[in-house]
Design a protein. Structure first.
Length: 296
């Protein structure tokens, strides 16, 4: 993908898989890509039909960057089966990235989920390779811990190393965002430098950390010390994030994950998302300018 008009990294948002009218309404704001999400099951969705309707609405204005299914495929056989359906159906949307949770065995530590993870995603990775698709795991902890994970074991670098060891190759990667790492008090920039080669999709979601609360009360004082934020309202420097992504060879999309900001939500949801869209475009470098045809 060329960097002309910033086609190497598009800026978009999330939308429901099949939310055609919603796409039609927000497309004029200037979103360049969409991750289409559902979960934990596909149900009776006709993927080929939804894809045709979606692509007709988007036209030349935007692309489908990825499709996502967010359930627990390690304990829910229907979810695992729907993962396979979505991997096989991604081509109808013109995309080659399928995102979601890695799942978890919730009654035991993360490392004890690895044999089951290998069984489920060993198979799904083989299907994905045949389909020319990459799998990207969101790095959300879903409120779980290492000893009692919830829905998703892919929330820490230690787990990533184990997962990619169990299912080798480059089919499996990350749907990365700084917010979920900041929840764990991880500095996202050095982490991104190390893992950028495994980042296949980026969620545009940030966080604000109240360091004064942490210094005075710690983690267990019963006071809020962190809020999920829409990009442009949080602590992260997205100019640095995009620079690291480009330096690492990332080609894909940053799709805003809204509906979490404590301020820019409800009546201000789309106001916040459009502001984030424009902010991220500026962090990407602003309006593309063609180089002169002759160097001086």
């Amino acid at each position: 993908m060329s960097r002309e008009n910033h086609q190497d990294i598009r800026i978009g948002t999330l939308a429901g898989l099949g939310a055609i009218d919603y796409l039609r309404q927000i497309l004029p704001h200037g979103f360049e890509s969409f991750e289409l999400t559902c979960g934990p099951h596909l149900g009776e969705r006709n993927l080929e039909e939804i894809a045709a309707q979606t692509l007709e609405v988007l036209g030349d204005a935007a692309i489908v960057s990825s499709v996502g299914l967010y359930g627990n495929p390690l304990t829910d056989d229907q979810c695992a089966s729907d993962w396979e359906r979505l991997i096989r159906g991604a081509k109808h949307f013109g995309c080659n990235v399928v995102c979601g949770f890695a799942g978890a065995l919730e009654d035991r530590p993360v490392d004890q989920s690895m044999p089951r993870f290998k069984d489920v995603f060993g198979h799904l990775a083989a299907v994905a390779r045949d389909e020319g698709v990459r799998i990207a795991f969101e790095n959300c902890d879903m409120g779980g811990t290492w000893h009692f994970p919830k829905w998703n074991i892919a929330h820490s670098p230690r787990a990533w190393e184990m997962m990619f060891h169990e299912v080798p190759g480059d089919t499996l990667g990350l749907e990365w965002e700084p917010c979920h790492q900041m929840v764990s008090l991880i500095d996202p920039i050095p982490q991104l430098r190390k893992w950028v080669g495994r980042v296949y999709h980026v969620h545009g979601k940030d966080a604000t950390i109240a360091w004064d609360v942490l210094r005075e009360q710690g983690l267990r004082g019963g006071r809020d010390y962190l809020w999920h934020r829409t990009p442009g309202f949080g602590d992260s420097n997205w100019t640095d994030i995009i620079s690291v992504l480009r330096m690492g060879g990332f080609r894909g999309a940053i799709d805003i994950e809204g509906w979490h900001d404590p301020i820019y939500r409800e009546d201000l949801e789309m106001t916040g998302q459009v502001r984030a869209l424009n902010y991220l475009k500026e962090c990407r470098g602003g309006q593309f300018k063609q180089n002169p045809s002759e160097n001086r």
